[in-house]
Write a protein of this length. Structure first.
Length: 203
């Protein structure tokens, strides 16, 4: 199958999966149901994704792809770490509060098996977190920030950036943030991070 045609079919399949996920939840969404909704063969879905968990893992990975690709590209440059966080912040906030992330998290919360939650963690957080650690370690190496544990520093940054924004989106108490809101919140989070972990001025 030509790459362009396959990409188009994958997009249709993924849109069908999100549609059924929102209506039926994770446990009620089947590979057969997705195939019918996407007007694709069940065999195609199993050949491409392996099983339902593989399909949703692909959805989560694709949803996080822009952020992951951005981090990987920035880490190949000599840009200073705080400027990397400055361009990353709005993208990460949009990702985590976007409609697709909200749909996945709502379904994961209702999934008693915990399978979708594990998939979200593996293909989302566990793929991006190590890259963020590398950014923070660069900041420490360059003397921009001071901390002992990189994981804790990343956790602090994410708390400052995201706070309760994602959970409020998931429970329907917050609209999707605008570009301006994402930019402003990202700048504020970076400012607080500098205040909390910034190297003290030499006497």
């Amino acid at each position: 199958m030509r790459e362009e045609k396959r990409s188009r079919r994958q997009k249709q399949i993924e849109e069908a999966a999100y549609k059924l996920l929102e209506v039926k939840g994770y446990s009620g969404t089947s590979m057969l149901g997705i195939a019918k909704e996407a007007r694709a063969s069940n065999e195609t879905l199993y050949n491409w994704y392996g099983d339902k968990q593989g399909l949703f893992q692909a959805l989560v990975a694709r949803n996080a792809e822009e952020v992951k690709r951005h981090l990987e590209a920035e880490l190949e440059t000599d840009h200073d770490a705080l400027s990397i966080l400055g361009t990353l912040g709005p993208k990460l906030l949009r990702l985590l509060t976007g409609d697709r992330a909200v749909a996945l998290n709502r379904a994961a919360a209702a999934d008693r098996t915990g399978e979708l939650g594990a998939t979200l963690s593996k293909a989302g957080r566990e793929a991006v977190f190590p890259l963020l650690e590398q950014v923070l370690l660069r900041a420490r190496h360059d003397g921009q920030l001071a901390f002992e544990h990189a994981g804790e520093a990343v956790g602090l940054y994410l708390d400052l950036l995201i706070g309760d924004q994602q959970i409020r989106r998931v429970i329907g108490r917050l609209p999707s943030p605008s570009e301006v809101v994402c930019e402003e919140r990202s700048e504020r989070a970076l400012g607080y991070l500098r205040q909390l972990l910034g190297q003290p001025d030499p006497c």
